[in-house]
Design a binder for this molecule. Sequence first.
Ligand code: NCD
Length: 337
Amino acid sequence: MLFPGSHLLSISQFDRGAVDRLFEVADRMRPYAHRERVTRVLDGAILGSMFFEPSTRTRISFGSAFNLLGGEVRETTGFESTAIAKGESLFDTARVLSGYSDVIAMRHPAEGSVAEFAQGSRVPVINGGDGANEHPTQALLDLYTIRSELADRGRTLDTLRVAMVGDLRYGRTVHSLSRLLQLFKGVKVNLVSPPELKMPREIVEELASGGHQVLETDSLEVGIADVDIVYSTRIQEERFASRAEADLYRGRFRLNQVIYTAHCEPNTVIMHPLPRDSREGAQELDVDLNDNPNLAIFRQSDNGVLVRMALFALILDVAEQIDDHSRRVNWYTERRF
Ligand code: NCD
């Protein structure tokens, strides 16, 4: 059973009921994330945050989410600052750190590593990305964003049409999102990638056998023409043998305002897990889209806090106590969301 006390290692642990429950709690987190109210429901609790790969949003939003619920964060980043550099196993590290934490969020470059770590942990472990495999909390915040963007446009998740663009082979966010979308009915997925960076076969087959419509193409114009959401991704250069190899693909699919206007339906939502690669020669999402109101990338990153707060509240079983430990903020807050 997912939630109180459970690990979150793969998005496949979710069914529709669990998604609905999570989103309902995430909606209730808004006044806290938006600095209208403060809650201390996790006062005294400790999040162990272990990020062995670069991370900005995921690491900081996990930490902020825990702080916003009143808990504290103990953080380590990079192998060189832990005993793993001295040869300690993931199992032993987990055994030790779970003695110091109530819940652990972890990112690691090897596929399956977070699950291995969880076997040694005495507290729940949340996968913040294990190599090219999965990134379940990103998929949840992506789906939460898709749901809210579609609702603003009078649509629902069933019969959703989405294009995933870029590095579909190594992009763990699109792997988890594709698996999550299988919970809905009649989804249409356009997979736009260079032939060498296609979505893994088993994920395409899972989608197709679930009755969803899948189109694989290497044409950006074809892929983005008839969808509600364009979900762009970065070439995952850290998974390639060399930077030169990644350069073969970087900049292959660039969405900018001219292409958007020419090929997308009006009001197509633009998403990206971020970071977008803004270097010369990359620019998968051009900055000239910044004034386009359909660019949802920063609403998407904001939603990461709501969804991660909801996950902590459900895993630590305090979702129904949050308002009992709350008050209005007593400092000046003017932030536009
Ligand atoms: C993604 C990741 O790390 O998988 N970023 C994120 O967590 N928001 C995508 C990426 O790095 O390209």
